[in-house]
Design a protein around this ligand. Sequence first.
Ligand SMILES: Nc1ncnc2c1ncn2[C@@H]1O[C@H](COP(=O)(O)OP(=O)(O)OP(=O)(O)O)[C@@H](O)[C@H]1O
Ligand SMILES: [Mg+2]
Length: 231
Amino acid sequence: MWESYFGFKKTPFSDRPDAKQLFASAAWQQVKTRLEFLTQHSGAGLLTGEAGAGKSTAARVFAASLNPSLYKILYVHFTTGSALDLLRQIALALDLEPAHFRGDLVRQISDAIVRLNQSKKQHPILICDEAHLLPHPALEQLPLLLNFDMDSSRYLTLLLIGQPLLRRTLSLQMHEALRQRIGVHYHLEGLTREELDAYPTQQLKAAGVAQPLFDETARQGLYQATKGIPR
Ligand SMILES: Nc1ncnc2c1ncn2[C@@H]1O[C@H](COP(=O)(O)OP(=O)(O)OP(=O)(O)O)[C@@H](O)[C@H]1O
Ligand SMILES: [Mg+2]
């Protein structure tokens, strides 16, 4: 209804922006470069940022840009948070019928990861979103998946995404094995004041409206209220 009032062809400020609606901030370029490096070199990466900074959006748009015949995206996010639940989600993302016991699940997942690489020539990228909510036993499963045989570190790329608490959690001694494998880390900040000037204009343009609807006072108010966090 309001879309037609303003003459929008698409809803601006969508909560699931596509590649055209994505605002390519300087921070997004940094994330993109690091994710490209991560996919080329395997291992683990960490993307942190405040709630609403755009972490999931960045990961989703990046994942969608990858060639699906070369990469298989395994996207998991916090549900009940138990180690078993995390492994089950990973098994389901790999199109497996999850085994009942933890040991069997890890073996099942490891075998599927090797099969994907060797038979299908497809590299799996495991994206654990909202990883700051994962309890310690669940996080402790991840190094096992990166390190199950001599070659396994090349078989899986892991991207952990979470709010700043995740950095503190990973700094605990118990997560040393996981932390040591993190070769790429980026903390996503909100938009700068200059970017926040350009963001509404870009969003309106992507929705089919060329004339500016936000004046300087409105943009200043937006920045004060949001500190540049797009949500
Ligand atoms: N680069 C971007 N271009 C356009 N809109 C964006 C961009 N980044 C974020 N947004 C907007 O901000 C909203 C919040 O982004 P997102 O869900 O990715 O944040 P998040 O960091 O994953 O938050 P949380 O920690 O709560 O999961 C998106 O739904 C979208 O509307
Ligand atoms: Mg998110």
